[in-house]
Design a protein around this ligand. Structure first.
Ligand SMILES: [Zn+2]
Length: 131
């Protein structure tokens, strides 16, 4: 497998995209592929069982030190994806990325730029980025 830049991938997608040229087709396919990613993760839990989910309150409080909050922050997940589920999740993520690229193409947005801006934001905002 060779590494492909996002820009190359975007170009590839634009060449392949004949059926879904409409913006409406692309945004709805993008949403659908996102649901399929989540579905593949859910199947790993409920059908395969290679990962387990046991979610509960994170237990954060307003006066908690950042260090302690970091230490007790939990993924609520046990186990790891088996080969089959990993492949399934990867395939769905790939389709999701395909439609994200198609959307970017239609709107003339450069994915490399999107990643670069978000990476900048991550380094500025650090820990608080995901809130
Ligand atoms: Zn599995």
């Amino acid at each position: 497998m060779s590494a492909t830049s996002l820009q190359e991938f975007q170009r590839q997608v634009s060449e392949l995209l004949l059926r879904h040229r409409s913006l409406l087709d692309v945004v709805t396919k993008f949403a659908q592929s996102n649901a399929s990613v989540n579905r593949s993760v859910a199947k790993a839990i409920t059908e395969c069982g290679c990962i387990e989910l046991n979610a509960r309150h994170q237990g954060f409080t307003a006066d908690m030190e950042l260090d302690q909050a970091k230490r007790q922050s939990k993924s609520h997940m046990a186990g790891e994806l088996c080969e089959h589920c990993r492949e399934a999740v990867q395939a769905e993520l790939g389709k999701n990325l395909f439609y994200m690229s198609a959307l970017c193409n239609l709107l003339d947005v450069n994915l490399d730029e999107v990643v670069a801006k978000e990476a900048d934001k991550c380094s500025t905002l650090g820990l608080f980025n995901l809130t």
